[in-house]
Design a protein around this ligand. Structure first.
Ligand code: ATP
Length: 453
């Protein structure tokens, strides 16, 4: 069953994102650019942690995957061969009553009559195809010959560089090429915060194989990708796999799974895992006249490899992590009274700041100096944040709200004031359980590093 839509929760999340510097509307001071978003100081850390973890698990920890970073500006021939120039479009309909521009799948069907979802109007235009690609002009003259496109996906540069990468990496099938980068689509209706944007980032792997391995690898990658989402803190209960039915799949795909997530605005796609057969490489071989074949040394045959593609959205995953993490609960203030708190329960691996360091009092030089020493000790290993202002409970609360999993407080015990056994120890507070324990300063790096990796 699809989850109920919770727009109030979504509003709170959007407002927290702005208030604490995760995500801002792009060009906000000029009224905003629809479908474009800027990530602030915390958002960029979260996004980077996600991309680094994807790269680590998809490239560095594997023998069979190499990376690349392709250009955004794309030769029109590439996107003609891939089918994007002809076919990358959404049927679009206008409502003559309220002038809304709608994708035809957004219309509501009331007893067989199609209506505008905004005003209920039935006076609608015919559907016309609207290409989602951004076109630009390369060079000084705006002539036809200099047209280029902003890539609508990162995948195509992987296909066009397939031969070069095969030669330099000397990989044998099956092997993959991974890429993280920006993609652009002139979406008709950008909506649901960053979920559907016009500029976004993708993390894509093209995993090349022999034809007979395709279906099995499709299953393999679906499972790997589900594990990935669990490892970044999304709960399995909120993740769903849609086996895309024949009629909704691209004609060349022999199997596609959509990995979906229960957002507060409904169940929506995070990632597509598609077995694309040899379609892409064949198209580019045909159009370019250059061989994109693979020579199998064992069998002495030449063939075009097939490919399985797990294609994920960075921004959608960041949004899913924020939605998953957002919680409101009760926590004691400095007087021990319970207060409501907002907490982002990010997996420590993904949290933008890993550890906050506080001197108990800001006017005690000894405490401040020791806290700064601890910051310097931790800084080479993780993102830390130093805060000396306000009551300690308020400082914890500020960190809870941005999802910092650990807080270290330097107090008088750190100097063994009452108990020499506590000398050179600090209080380590856990964001979720709010439990505090004494940890020796010498153990801190090891203790925290093992929890954030
Ligand atoms: P949708 O059906 O939601 O438009 P899609 O099936 O067209 O998505 P793909 O072409 O499979 O998406 O792209 C792979 C991934 O790129 C998606 O799963 C998503 O995470 C991300 N993505 C695609 N379009 C957008 C967008 N407009 N904004 C943000 N992320 C996007």
């Amino acid at each position: 069953m699809n989850p109920p839509i919770d727009s109030q929760r979504m509003e709170k999340i959007v407002s927290l994102c702005k208030r604490r510097g995760f995500i801002f509307q792009s060009s906000e001071i000029y009224g905003g650019l629809n479908g474009a978003w800027d990530y602030g100081p915390l958002g960029v850390e979260l996004k980077r942690n996600l991309k680094n973890y994807w790269w680590r698990t998809m490239v560095h920890e594997r023998d069979d995957v190499v990376g690349m970073d392709g250009a955004i500006l794309t030769h029109p021939a590439v996107l003609k061969a891939s089918g994007h120039v002809e076919g990358f479009s959404d049927p679009m309909i206008d409502c003559r009553t309220c002038k809304a521009h709608l994708r035809s799948d957004q219309l509501v069907d009331k007893k067989g009559v199609r209506q505008c979802p905004n005003c209920g109007g039935k006076d609608l235009t015919e559907a016309r195809q609207f290409n989602l690609m951004f076109e630009t002009h390369v060079g000084a003259s705006a002539e036809e010959s200099s047209v280029a496109y902003l890539r609508p996906e990162t995948a195509q540069s992987i296909f066009t560089q397939f031969k070069n990468i095969l030669e330099v990496s000397r990989k044998k099938l099956p092997f993959g090429i991974a890429q993280i980068g920006k993609a652009f689509r002139n979406e008709i209706n950008p909506r649901n915060f960053t979920f559907r944007s016009r500029e976004f980032e993708q993390m894509e792997l093209e995993y090349f194989c022999r034809p007979e391995q395709g279906m099995e690898l499709l299953e393999y990658w679906k499972e790997e990708r589900l594990k990935f989402y669990e490892n970044i803190g999304l709960s399995r209960a909120n993740l769903h796999v849609l086996n895309v039915p024949d009629e909704d799949r691209a004609f060349y795909s022999k199997g596609t799974y959509d990995i979906e997530y229960d957002f507060p605005f409904g169940r929506q796609e995070l990632e597509g895992v598609a077995y694309r057969t040899d379609y892409d490489l064949s198209q580019h071989q045909k159009a370019s006249g250059k061989s994109l074949e693979y020579f199998g040394e064992e069998t002495k045959e030449r063939f075009i490899p097939h490919v399985v593609e797990p294609s994920a959205g960075v921004d959608r995953t960041v949004l899913a992590m924020i939605c998953e993490a957002y919680a409101e609960d009760q926590a004691p203030n400095d007087k021990g009274e319970m207060e409501s708190r907002i907490v982002l329960r990010f997996s420590p691996r993904m949290a933008p700041v890993k550890c906050a360091v506080f001197p108990l009092l800001k006017n005690k030089e000894q405490l401040v100096a020791k806290a700064k020493e601890i910051v310097a000790l931790l800084r080479p290993h993780m993102a830390v944040f130093y805060d000396e202002s306000g009551a300690i409970g308020r400082r914890y609360r500020r960190q809870d709200e941005i999802g910092t999993p650990f807080g270290v407080t330097v107090d008088f015990e750190t100097f063994g004031e009452k108990d020499q056994a506590l000398r050179d120890t600090v209080t380590l507070r856990d964001r979720d359980s709010m439990k505090q324990e004494r940890v020796s300063i010498g153990e801190l790096v090891k203790f925290l590093s093992s929890r954030i990796r």
